[in-house]
Design a protein around this ligand. Sequence first.
Ligand SMILES: Cc1ncc(COP(=O)(O)O)c(C=O)c1O
Length: 428
Amino acid sequence: VNDEESPAGDLEARRGRVLGASYRLFYDEPIQVVRGEDVYLWDADGRRYLDAYNNVASVGHSHGEVVSALAEQAAVLNTHTRYLGAEVVEYAEDLIVTFPGSLDRVVLTCTGSEANDVAYRLAKVVTGGNGVLVTSNAYHGVTDAVAQFSPSLGPAVAPGPHVRAVRAPDTYRESTDGIGQRFAADVATAIDDLRAHGLRPAAMFIDTVLSSDGVQTGKAGYLRPVQEVLQSAGVLLVADEVQAGFGRTGHMWGFERHGLEPDLVTLGKPMGNGHPIGGLVGRSELMDEFGRTARYFNTYGGNTVSAAVGRAVLRVIRRQGLVDNSAAVGTYLRSRLRDLQSRQPVIGQVRGEGLFVGLEIVDADGRADGDRAGHLVNGLRHRGVLVNTTGPHANVLKVRPPLTFSAAHADVLADALEEALLEDFKRS
Ligand SMILES: Cc1ncc(COP(=O)(O)O)c(C=O)c1O
């Protein structure tokens, strides 16, 4: 915690007074960030940090082309979708071509939560049910409806009676061969259980990297059996791409890696590189059925400036080859981390896809070691490298840098982690 006498400590105290208890800060000594550029953040004292955590500024902090698109459009016009405007249409066209042909309609929101909320409304309309399936430590957002199917919010937010949280795959502890079948069988049981309680299942929401379940990227295709169960039960599959989307996994979309054909796809975070844009993409027959009965207007969703920003982000991803960079640098980063793992058995597993990497931190018996993971996060922070933890036991180091990360940055991260591990052994 920052010293109260210091400027950062004073700001922390003032923040606590006005923002209150529901806001949390990262790190034992919170950082006052004042500037960002590409993969770097600077604090108020001018110290530079390598950002290996932010998937929002996914094409790099303060990217010039995105900032210019925002400023130039804001200087001309910013209005909403009740007027005919070329910008939002062009953005929707640019976005849709990145999806398989069957996913051909888009609805724009401001956040990932809103996108999941609209997806849930739509699923209720087209299936006539309200049952929802999610993974056991899922996070899908903040609205009342969505929080009820976000079990990672903890026991204070009770899951709705219409929600079934299915034990998430644990790619460290379960066998690679059986994991997809086991997960699919549990989803089938949960569907039966909803029906046994007189509830009709409407949708399953799956974060296609299972980020909050501990970055359970697993073997490509292991989520296919779940899709088969959902299809035969008439339950919609919503691929939540708020974490996995826009090139993060070395594929444009996380669902592609598993060969999934989702009914709906929800988008957020990297979509605007820091500007609040979210969206829902889906099959026209579903989207149009919803649209016939429900008018959709979102004051800011699809506004002219957001559309210009969204287009710029797509352009930058394409022009800078960021999907391929994510795949190549992610592979290199994991090879460096696996080398470290061979010397440091507290790293039980190095997993991930593209630039979404999870390191399972374990004790001598292979049990989740959240304390050590927390120490490592802070050890890295004090060495100028930013990561965080995830998973139900907060023992998985989550490494998820901007997609412009290079092999040289990966080396800095791996070297700093080795130092943090050595220091942590001295402590324990
Ligand atoms: C998988 C996933 N879905 C949805 C959301 C909600 O997005 P937002 O914070 O933009 O509402 C998040 C945010 O962390 C997320 O990780």
